[in-house]
Design a protein around this ligand. Structure first.
Ligand code: GLC
Ligand code: CA
Length: 556
């Protein structure tokens, strides 16, 4: 594997609406991010991905862009953005923006023109199709529920295509002019000095152009649109074109939202000559998803499936590429809630999860608030903001779920859990804003906040700082970055363990991921303990007596 500048780094995602508000309007903004750059630097972060801040009607919180060349006023100005890039650079942090080019907003001028003249030049920027006697052309269900087809206003039988919300019409990547416009835009941003982009929903850009029906998988008589991804061929051509035009010339870092790839595909996506620098390791985080509905997701994460998916992923990757490891992002519930049974939540379980994630092979990619152990909150239906959650609720009700069950499933799985304001201190609104926050703050902020954890040596925050410093230390950087990954105790209940190895150096990570003590027989004598979450480890002969959620790293 060719060495790259970003291999030894640590990354962090900001959801800007919820990070820090600098002007009291209740919405996080660029000024707020600038204020917190020192905090991010102190955590040991080198790469900062910020979810979209372009001009947007905010139907999907910025993932619906109406002008790719403008910053939305709720976040600030283009000058603020330039300042952010410069201030971050001073701290050796590079910024990744979010590239949302599978679709734009229905308010983008391209789509406005297309609606006026569907048969004209801008009609070709999108997918327009005739329906079947006024009904949609096929039975595909969009990611956010309902048909992927929406009738063009003023037409009886003409539809446009949207894989997400109807306000997010899909761009037609088959049209070279569209691709050209996109590449120009990316280069324009790269010229500003970005480190690169996180690339949204990118597997969807190539369509199954036969548009044939899907097998029905829900009470609505439709089939989930993600199932068409494997039918569509030839995406690589566009992704390589984009890489050569937009990222290679700048040595930019491009991380794609791509998942469920086979070993062969992994090479094509993130091998030395792959389409992207990296992709996220979603499979372990999605191991509890057993169907299309929130109601079919398990809660909490089933341990064995999670471990199996993690090992499976690491195996496929091997030397083939470098994924980014996550336990949460803005599209998931809080990792500390999903991966830890509620009654087990605490310092030891949260830090065990942190070690397991950060010491795997791959780029550690944190999400805002993870470093203090932020968790899900309680919800009433009226308090949800997220378009996906609201749609899932109705999807469940229409499928025969009770209101109570639908609300319970939404409370667990809603993306809003990750989007509640960052908890900075125990003052009003957790120190996030002087105004009224756009989304409810988690009630636990008095107990759980950055300021409090700054003061306590034994806090989750300070643990994360030490852990990231360990990962990036002179002594362990190479092995933790480039060392092989070998699962251990694969069939032992509740034990999550693996070995990293590089040129004779070995690290053994062993975790008792359970609220019960466990005894495990070590395979060799490991004397040298290099990282722990309990002060004392107990060994009797070769038998390790592990406390609940204890994690130990040995060096051999
Ligand atoms: C991606 C984003 C998600 C968004 C969707 C549509 O999955 O991460 O937040 O809703 O794409 O852009
Ligand atoms: Ca603001």
């Amino acid at each position: 594997m060719k060495k790259q500048w970003w291999h030894e780094k640590a990354a962090y995602q900001i959801y800007p609406k919820s990070f820090m508000d600098s002007n009291g309007d209740g919405i996080g903004d660029i000024g707020g991010i600038i204020q917190k750059l020192d905090y991010i630097q102190k955590l040991g972060i080198d790469i900062l991905w910020i979810s979209p801040m372009y001009q947007s009607p905010m139907v999907d919180n910025g993932y619906d862009i109406s002008d790719y060349y403008a910053i939305d006023p709720i976040f600030g100005t283009m000058e603020d953005m330039d300042e952010l890039i410069a201030e971050a650079k001073k701290r050796n942090i590079c910024i990744l923006m979010d590239l949302v080019v599978n679709h734009c907003s229905s308010e983008h001028p391209w789509f406005q023109e297309a609606m006026k003249h569907p048969d004209g030049r801008y009609g070709e920027y999108f997918y327009m199709k005739d329906g079947k006697d006024g009904n949609p052309p096929n039975n595909w269900r969009s990611y956010f529920g309902g048909s992927v087809w929406e009738k063009l206003p003023g037409y009886e039988n003409k539809f446009y295509y949207h894989s997400f919300a109807k306000e997010q019409p899909d761009l037609n990547w088959e049209n070279p002019e569209v691709r050209e416009k996109i590449y120009q835009m990316i280069c324009w941003w790269m010229e500003k000095g970005l480190g690169g982009f996180r690339i949204d929903a990118i597997m969807n850009i190539k369509k199954d152009l036969t548009w044939r029906d899907l097998p029905v998988d829900g009470a609505d008589g439709m089939g989930a649109v993600h199932k068409t991804i494997e039918r569509a061929e030839g995406i690589g051509e566009y992704l390589l074109e984009m890489k050569h035009r937009c990222f290679e010339p700048y040595d930019g870092f491009a991380i794609g939202e791509a998942m469920y790839l086979t070993e062969e595909e992994v090479k094509k996506y993130i091998g030395d000559d792959g389409y992207f620098s990296s992709i996220f390791a979603f499979e372990p985080c999605h191991a509890h998803r057993k169907g299309e509905m929130y109601g079919e997701y398990q809660w909490p994460m089933p341990f064995e499936e999670w471990r199996k998916e993690t090992f499976g992923n690491q195996k496929i990757l091997g030397e083939n590429g470098f994924e980014a490891n996550i336990v949460e992002n803005h599209d998931q519930p809080r990792g500390a809630s999903l991966f830890i049974p509620e009654e087990d939540y605490g310092f030891y379980s949260v830090t065990a999860l942190a070690v397991l994630m950060i010491c795997q092979r791959g780029l550690p990619f944190l999400y805002q608030g993870q470093e203090i152990g932020m968790v899900n909150r309680q919800w009433r239906l009226a308090d949800f903001d997220d378009i996906e959650t609201v749609n899932q609720y109705h999807f469940m009700i229409d499928s025969g779920c009770s209101k109570e069950d639908a609300l319970a499933a939404c409370s667990h799985h809603s993306r809003d859990n990750a989007r509640t304001p960052m908890q900075w201190n125990d003052k009003k609104n957790a120190g996030f804003t002087n105004g009224t926050p756009w989304l409810l703050v988690n009630e636990n902020y008095k107990e759980l906040n950055v300021e409090k954890q700054e003061r306590e040596y034994g806090s989750i925050l300070n643990f994360y700082r030490r852990l990231i410093a360990f990962r990036k230390s002179e002594e362990y950087r190479e092995i933790l970055t480039y060392g092989t990954f070998q699962p251990l105790y694969e069939d032992t209940k509740s034990i999550f363990a693996y070995k990293r190895e590089l040129e004779g150096q070995r690290l053994i990570v062993i975790c008792n991921y359970s609220s019960q003590p466990a005894e495990i027989e070590l395979m060799e004598d490991y004397e040298n303990v290099v990282f722990v979450n309990y002060e004392q480890t107990t060994m009797i002969g070769r038998k390790l007596q592990m406390k609940p959620y204890e994690v130990i790293i040995y060096e051999k």
